[in-house]
Write a protein that binds this ligand. Structure first.
Ligand code: SF4
Ligand code: MSK
Length: 671
């Protein structure tokens, strides 16, 4: 039977992507979208019913009561597979955090060419959490101690990974009671691999218990370390104006796209691109200069700190090369498709790998070493400039959107109260009064098996209409940016009346871009600060909040989902469930899914569910928010009570006579 190939509009909701997919089809060039159409996912693997952990298998369990050759049951296999994925995701995030900590150590000791500590205030705040002495010490001395402490968290064998101490006290006690406080980041990941080896842990509940501990080692460990150190070295983000989508590429400049996750090299490429010798070199090659753009979470890192435009999210990596206008795609770690190399052969693009951990056959490798970062960054740019003369026809879609990224938790705190009374009080008050119904984090990847960006933006738009404040990270944030939801006023006509009042009063967009996927830890910090502010309970699970990852695809997403659950959040994933177990066909295969929904809620107050339909995602999210409001004794959501102040109200009144305005505002024509 012929495979159904989707039309461009079915593959992506993004008009720039649609143009490029049409162009790819015309030229007969494959992309992740066409490969997804051509290759149906294996239903047994997709539903988590395949085990390939030993040479007696692989075992495929597709009948009731069937076991693997070793006797493993379907629920054991699903729990083991899930734990392995969470371990891999945690390892990826946390190894990124480790590298950041080593860079901080090198900077503190004057061994990292071109880097400095840009945010001394954040360094001191973070160091103070751990009682590192501050008085009379230089930033480098403090940073050296913090780097040592953070590096030690990875190999630590006993005790408590230190960032977990920043969680609400009640949550820490709960973790201690459950025995899930991570001891050391590497230890939990290694134990995950040990437990899932043939013939080890075979009690699904016990396996999932360690999934929580491993995920906590990521969220309140490796990822939090990555975010902390990135802010200390490269600056804590604050709002600025940026642009997103393929239209940020420039026809008359050398286009260099940075892709991956770590800000270390990309930040230095930004610096190198502004060096007079590099600009002169580009001009000598006939270009007007160098134009940098980002893809995926590297894009988020340099967009929110330096305003470097984002060429797109995960599924834009191939599309940017298809423009023919990219001289070099420079990648570091995670979410980099091997297909880039083959695709680039159709054009002139150099694919340059830089991490000692990531090489791709056929790509150019320029090893990045933070001790001579500026030198490496300039070498990469010179190679890109040399490649400009090889450019052929170009096809850049004239599609780009403006956005305001950079809402770190520090900035949210500041924006709500100003320099002298920075506080989460106004946010808590707005939730308590019902102006803001609740908060949703709409985060995560793209997945070519669904229409790119559609689920992200549909869920976001629907929640905004229901007065839910939305925070976003990762590729979801770029999806919202590309479709124009991250620009203050531009998005306000799409939001409910109470949320609109708050956004107008504070001067914020209704969707806050909070960074890369590693920066989901910023959301944990915001939730912790909301608890500390008071009025919304004593722990994260009491806050009217949800997390949604509508287009997830990476193992990191599963780790994020699990640490959010362990922190008390209701998390909804879209797409397919890796533990669904062929519903209706194998009746004994839903134990793990039920455990993650029901038992995790009993144990941690959070739960993880997989929901394919965006309308149901929104319905479930709102039901959860309303239940949490009721549990707190807050007034039920009643949108008609709001929207009578702010800019909208002023515009309404502007057309009325003076006395009528006074009467409407103060109940009397005279004061
Ligand atoms: Fe099959 Fe058991 Fe080996 Fe898995 S561990 S492949 S279920 S024999
Ligand atoms: S890059 S993990 S596709 S968010 Fe962080 Fe995007 Fe998901 Fe990769």
């Amino acid at each position: 039977m012929a495979k159904k190939m989707r039309a461009p509009a079915e593959r992506s909701a993004d008009p720039a992507a649609q143009q490029m997919l049409l162009y790819a089809d015309e030229r007969g060039i494959g992309t992740a979208f066409s490969r997804a159409d051509e290759m149906a996912p294996c239903p047994i693997g997709a539903d988590g019913m395949c085990c390939r952990l030993c040479g007696m298998g692989p075992c495929r369990l597709t009948k009731d009561g069937q076991t693997g050759v070793c006797g493993a049951t379907i629920d054991t296999i699903q729990a083991r597979n899930l734990l392995r994925s969470i371990a891999a995701g945690s390892a990826a995030h946390s190894d990124h955090g480790r590298d950041m900590a080593f860079t901080l150590k090198a900077v503190a000791n004057g061994e990292a060419e071109g880097y400095t500590i840009r945010d001394v205030a954040k360094l001191r705040t973070i160091a103070a959490h751990y009682d590192i002495p501050l008085d009379g010490r230089s930033p480098n001395e403090i940073a050296n101690d913090l780097a040592d402490l953070y590096i030690a968290q990875f190999g630590q064998q006993r005790g408590q990974v230190v960032p977990t101490r920043r969680a609400p006290e009640k949550r820490q006690r709960l973790w201690a009671d459950q025995g899930v406080i991570p001891r050391g980041i590497d230890r939990e990941v290694v134990e995950s691999l040990h437990r899932t080896h043939i013939g080890d842990d075979q009690d699904p509940a016990h396996i999932l218990h360690h999934a929580i501990r491993t995920a906590l080692a990521d969220g309140w460990g490796g990822s939090m370390i990555a975010t902390d150190v990135s802010d200390i070295l490269f600056g804590t983000p604050a709002p600025l104006l940026g642009q997103a989508n393929l239209g940020v590429l420039k026809a008359d400049m050398v286009n260099v796209v940075v892709h991956g996750h770590e800000p270390t090299l990309s930040d230095m490429i930004v610096t190198a691109s502004q060096a007079p010798d590099i600009i002169a070199y580009a001009r000598a090659a006939g270009a007007k200069g160098i134009n940098l753009a980002g893809i995926c979470c590297t894009a988020n890192e340099i967009l929110m700190r330096q305003g470097i435009p984002a060429a797109g999210n995960f599924l834009h990596q191939e599309l940017s090369i298809l423009t023919g206008a990219v001289e070099a795609m420079v990648v570091d770690v995670q979410c980099i498709m091997q297909a880039l190399v083959g695709l680039a052969r159709n054009f002139h693009t150099l694919v340059i790998t830089t991490s000692p951990k990531v090489k791709i056959k056929g790509a150019t490798h320029v090893a990045f070493d933070e001790h001579k970062a500026l030198t490496t960054a300039k070498e990469i740019l010179r190679r890109a400039i040399d490649n400009y003369q090889n450019r052929g026809d170009i096809h850049i879609p004239d599609v780009r959107e403006s956005l305001i990224p950079g809402f770190s938790h520090e900035y949210i705190n500041y924006m709500l109260g100003g320099s002298y009374r920075a506080s989460f009080r106004p946010l808590n008050d707005a939730i308590m009064s019902g102006r803001i119904r609740g908060v949703a984090a709409v985060v995560g990847c793209n997945n070519p098996r669904s229409q790119q960006d559609y689920l992200h933006t549909t869920v976001t738009r629907e929640l905004l209409k229901q007065d839910v404040l939305v925070v976003e990270t990762g590729c979801g944030a770029i999806a919202a940016a590309k479709l124009g939801l991250l620009l203050g006023e531009a998005g306000l006509d799409q939001v409910g009346p109470g949320l609109r009042e708050v956004c107008e009063t504070v001067g914020i967009p209704p969707v806050l871009h909070m960074g890369s996927c590693v920066d989901n830890t910023r959301i944990l910090t915001v939730l912790t600060q909301m608890v500390a502010e008071g009025g919304l309970g004593h722990d994260i699970d009491q806050i009217p909040a949800v997390g949604v990852a509508p287009e997830w695809m990476s193992e990191k997403a599963l780790a994020i989902g699990a640490y959010c659950v362990a922190s008390g959040a209701y998390v909804i994933f879209g797409g397919t469930s890796p533990v669904s177990g062929m519903p209706g066909k194998v009746t004994d295969s839903d134990l793990v899914a039920r455990y993650m929904s029901q038992e995790w809620e009993t144990l941690y107050g959070g739960k993880l569910e997989f929901v394919a339909d965006p309308a149901v995602m929104v319905e479930k999210a709102l039901a959860h928010i309303d239940r949490k409001r009721a549990d707190l004794g807050l007034p039920a959501y009643a949108p008609y009570r709001h929207g009578r102040s702010g800019d909208a109200r002023m515009q309404e009144l502007a057309g009325l006579p003076w006395e009528a305005q006074r009467e409407a505002l103060y109940g009397s024509p005279r004061l």
